[in-house]
Design a protein. Structure first.
Length: 170
């Protein structure tokens, strides 16, 4: 998976990263799931002078040309984070049910069948870290069998497991 931005694709009205990401750099700090202090109705209020981390970070939708508009974070309810390895982290932004929508399940299946490490980052209890669920082991057999019902059940089982997983305090 190359890390070149898809030509002619922009964030548009999407501000998911401005709300959902946790940022901790010397130049800028922002808590996860809290709107950036510079976010306004027109987008970034300091766009021309935004911090370097904001200038260089892009979600997976900006990199993955095979994804349609339905997978842009503000449409899908999922922020895709590209990690080294390569790995993709699905971070639901509106609710975990977004992971069961057809575009998300198709992408999950494609990544797992391509042997790309695939994770879900789901919120822990308030004041605690997120739960990071590695999906490849749970989805490998249903994806290989091309059994959408089993894929959905495996996702639900992973989410149920994640909801019972203790996490560390922030």
């Amino acid at each position: 998976m190359g890390l070149e931005l898809v030509a002619d694709r922009s964030c548009g009205e999407c501000t998911a990263c401005c709300v959902n990401l946790k940022i901790e750099t010397e130049a800028f700090k922002k808590s996860a799931d809290v709107p950036c202090q510079h976010l306004c109705s027109a987008g970034c209020g300091i766009y021309e002078t935004r911090p370097p981390v904001c200038r260089s970070w892009y979600c997976g939708w900006r990199y993955m040309g095979q994804l349609g508009l339905a997978m842009r974070p503000d449409h899908s309810g999922i922020l895709l984070r590209v990690q080294d390895g390569p790995a993709i982290v699905f971070q639901p932004t509106g609710g975990l049910e977004a992971l069961l929508a057809m575009p998300a399940m198709e992408l999950l299946g494609s990544l797992v069948s391509s042997d790309i490490a695939t994770y879900i980052s789901m919120p822990g209890k308030p004041g605690h870290t997120n739960v990071m669920l590695h999906l490849n082991p749970a989805l490998a057999a249903p994806v290989q069998a091309r059994d959408l019902v089993r894929v959905a059940k495996a996702i639900v089982s992973a989410l149920e497991f994640g909801s019972r997983t203790p996490t560390d305090p922030l």
